[in-house]
Design a protein around this ligand. Sequence first.
Ligand code: TRP
Length: 331
Amino acid sequence: MKRVVSGIQPTGSLTLGNYLGAIRNWIAFLHTHECLFFMADLHSWTVLQDPAKLAEQCRLVAAAYIASGIDPTVSSIFMQSHVAGHSELAWLLNCITPLGWLNRMTQFKDKAGKDKEKANLGLYAYPVLMAADILLYKATHVPVGDDQKQHLELTRDIAGAFNQTFGETFILPEPMILGQATRVMSLRDGTAKMSKSDPSDLSRINLMDDADTIIKKIKKAKSDAFPLPGNSDDLADRPEAKNLLNIYSVFADKPLLQCCLEFEGANFSALKEALADVLVTALTPIRTEMVRLMNEPHYLDKILAQGKDKALSIAAETLKEVHQKMGMLKV
Ligand code: TRP
């Protein structure tokens, strides 16, 4: 049985980066794999959240999944915190994960900043919770953006360590770093990842941005002083041109090289106009559907309740097996 598991943290607005790097790539699995997609709210607490906004943010991510084409009748969409097994398995995995492995995690180093003494324990243990998210369902495939590659390698190492200590239990999941332009960069700095936590809203396209906002942001996107090249090799040291052409290539559904030829010798304004055009065409229906779904919270919550039930039933099987292998007392 092939099973896909993936998730996104419900922090702030969803960006074009989440859409291209994650959600859009999940659709391909809907009819070939059993699919479980969740909102990683436990992970989001590694940074202080506003309790008054969290529920709405979680619904917004669920709405984005569905509006982007994740059909809830053939997949399970649920909240990570609704399945306590994530936390429980994370604890058990914590106990077999050497600190040395966690000390190698580059995302912790980036997020903890200079004063590591002040970083919270959750941020440090984040990758183990992610391993639990995946192993709890014995996922065979995990489609994520390339910034999560190291966490998936750790997941495989933890699964291997568990299997070696307690006998064959977990499947080593296959990471799938999918699709072209999976790494969408900031519109203000072609060398930084497009991020929902960047202080400048001009750095990103949000899935909830309306057409005028998208056009404005693309117009203001950083460019360089040279005409566009006719060859993708010449994009290597031109991060802004590369980023815009990459995004254009995905939405215009043409290979990158063809896009380079299309704009060879042109200045950025021609590319920006075409890019804004394809973006507005692709994102408007998603935004419209998200707005519609957000006005139907009962419908969304019903989907999340169904997703929860399905996830709970798979999780219960795994936990039972883990308890047994670890020799927990059964009464
Ligand atoms: N850490 C992931 C991210 O920030 C989100 C995530 C949490 C995840 N648990 C996961 C992704 C399990 C895939 C599988 O993008």
